[in-house]
Design a protein around this ligand. Sequence first.
Ligand code: P6P
Length: 320
Amino acid sequence: MKRLIPVLRADEVELDLIMLIRTILAATKEISFRVSQGALGGVLGSTLDENIQGETQKKLDVIANQLFKDMLLNEGNVKSFASEEEDTVVAVHDNGKFVVAFDPLDGSSNIDINGQIGTIFTIFPAIDSLAADDEKQFLRKGHEQVAAGYVLYGPSTMLVLSTGKQTRCFTLDRTHGGYLLTHEEMQVPADACEFSINMSNYSKWPQYIQQYIDGLISPKGDGAPEYNMRWNGAMVGDIHRILTRGGIFLYPQNALKQGDTGKLRLLYEAMPMAMLIEGAGGLASSGTQDIMQTRLTQLHQRVPVIMGSKKEVEACLSIC
Ligand code: P6P
């Protein structure tokens, strides 16, 4: 029987932050249930709407986003929140201590094929001198995050969380509805022979990425290990595999399009994942800068992503 410990202990993390994280987790438990219902819950398929990203919203996208909004609007410690599904920042309490950014359902194109999907969230200290609805509350560097996590809705529902020290993993026990600690300290193996990239974009990658991937898939002689490829279509699933057994995840920019900075969102995906990966001994880069040292300049800013096993990320960056 896994130890039933509070997801966070008061001697480790300030109580207000613990309470906020618990509120976020309450939303994820409801999302986990709705996801598990699938067609029985009438939550499959798409709506007729598009989000700020120009992506068609799935019914579950809307449900998950509304669940988060309802929960956070009643959370006393929140000054404002930003959702990947919403155009602007939502003000909550002027004297709230934290601001929250979240992608309520990442990888939602996997919903209708019963694939892995997840929720990603990050928390920053609020800036008292700024208004609650001021976007500058979120124009921060990755290292300013006080907590980051994701919940992976897979065969089991798993929470991976960091509050600045180690990266821990919890599994949702549906019998009593709590997250139980199942991995005290996740460690990304320093090197691993598995890479994660959408190969269909090969012709659009920067040359150094093409060169790096060519090197991985070229036939190996003298007993050198062959590489394997996995692409989940949902960052949460790919990053969870890398945290579990190592590897490298890449989503490069489209080098054929002037000014393109890739598909993934810096605030809602790259920053929280960078905190979790680096908390587990891995590396997370945009190709030109550590993601934890990168400052957000626009709420829905996109960024190229290279993250995972330290040696693999360093090998890739050594070519660029
Ligand atoms: P593609 C999901 O839409 C997402 O933002 C990430 O979770 C995922 O890694 C990526 O996009 C998948 O992108 O171009 O392969 O569909």
